[in-house]
Design a protein around this ligand. Structure first.
Ligand SMILES: Cc1cc2nc3c(=O)[nH]c(=O)nc-3n(C[C@H](O)[C@H](O)[C@H](O)COP(=O)(O)O)c2cc1C
Length: 197
């Protein structure tokens, strides 16, 4: 079982989101058989948004089916994983733009999805399960735009059928017991992962 951990925890070792992701990985290793985790630290990658030049190059390569080009390395890695774990802090009701750029990189026609004859996208990824972890300074309420977007993209286009998330909220609210909030979220995510047995 190859888990791809897409690490968008930009504050590195300081990140509370990363702490939850590490707890999730530990629980996955305890719960699931033969787990190997491949970690992609987005902050250490050269991930750029598509501009006119990069889009034109990508179209040309897509048309020729040249998916062995380095430009598609993230898409290939994503398509080949058995499960995806995404960790990203809650920024501007969503997640850091770096993760959006990554999602742009992995959404490649002919590699991670294809359009069927009726114009609908069909996923080509091996994985069907995605687990999303975030932490927020305030309450998320019904404005979980980051996870909602991932669910729309991965569910409608990339073929994922099983997507769930865990969040620790209000971590920057004055007087909140941050440690207690993180432990509570760790309990929730451990419980969810144990249920995958
Ligand atoms: C650029 C930026 C944008 C943020 N936007 C929000 C926001 O819209 N809503 C919110 O509740 N917290 C927001 N926060 C606070 C973070 O969600 C919170 O501190 C989170 O726990 C950070 O995760 P980390 O410890 O993994 O870096 C923002 C923080 C930063 C740095």
């Amino acid at each position: 079982m190859r888990v791809l951990f897409v690490n968008c925890c930009i504050r590195g070792q300081e990140s509370r989101t990363l702490r939850l992701c590490r707890a999730a990985i530990q629980q996955m290793e305890e719960t699931l058989e033969g787990v190997t985790v491949e970690e992609l630290v987005l902050d250490q990658e050269e991930i750029l948004p598509l501009n006119s030049q990069r889009l034109a190059q990508r179209h040309e390569l897509e048309e020729k089916g040249q998916f062995d080009h380095p430009m598609f390395r993230y898409g290939r890695q994503f398509a080949e994983a058995d499960m995806i774990l995404v960790g990203a802090p809650y920024w501007e009701y969503q997640f850091p733009a770096l993760l959006r750029c990554y999602l742009e990189q992995i959404s490649v026609g002919g590699l991670t999805f294809v359009y069927t004859e009726d114009g609908r996208p069909k996923g080509l990824c091996k994985a069907s399960k995605l687990f999303y972890i975030t932490t927020a300074g305030g309450p998320i309420l019904d404005r979980n735009c980051g996870f909602d977007y991932i669910k729309t993209l991965c569910g409608n286009m990339l073929g994922f059928t099983d997507m769930d998330y865990v969040a620790a909220e209000c971590l920057d609210v004055w007087g909140v017991d941050v440690e207690a909030k993180l432990r509570e979220a760790e309990e929730v995510l451990r419980g969810k992962i144990k249920s995958w047995r």
